[in-house]
Design a protein around this ligand. Structure first.
Ligand code: FES
Length: 142
């Protein structure tokens, strides 16, 4: 195979590949809210084994962009709160603060109550809450 023939074959293949990629990208852009598991409300974002985690009130887990805190005894959905851990100011990961029983952002120190409402600037909107479910000893966050 001559060099020119080889290059022609490669460049033709790349062109087809790029057109294919662009078409895929366009189809994703048009359905972002439907294909994003964080937005559909039905996808399990985090699963926790309650037989060895979140055993005591104020125990918490921060994982996969979710922060879960046990707020009461018992393995009921109402025994927990869960939020996306992204601060509503500029997106830094908030941390649970057991002393205040709320959340603190380490970047600019916005604070949030245990229910996610803003208690200290610069954030102005609440944390985004997620739905907690408990089946047996498994907690799920959607
Ligand atoms: S990013 Fe959280 S207070 Fe600014």
């Amino acid at each position: 195979m001559q060099r020119k023939e080889f290059l022609d074959k490669i460049s033709g293949g790349l062109a087809l590949t790029c057109v294919s990629c662009m078409m895929a990208a366009c189809s994703k852009d048009s359905s972002t809210s439907e294909s994003n598991p964080n937005n559909n409300g039905n996808t399990v974002l985090l699963s926790v084994n309650l037989s060895n985690q979140l055993l005591a009130v104020k125990d918490f887990i921060s994982s996969k962009g979710i922060i879960v805190v046990r707020i009461a005894d018992g393995n009921l959905a109402s025994s927990f709160v869960a939020f996306f851990n992204a601060c509503t100011h500029e997106g830094a990961a908030v941390e649970y603060d057991a002393a205040s029983n709320g959340f603190v952002c380490p970047r600019h120190f916005a604070t949030f109550s245990i229910s996610g409402s803003v208690t200290g600037a610069p954030a102005t909107t609440p944390l985004t809450s997620r739905t907690v479910g408990v089946t047996g000893s498994t907690l799920t966050v959607k």
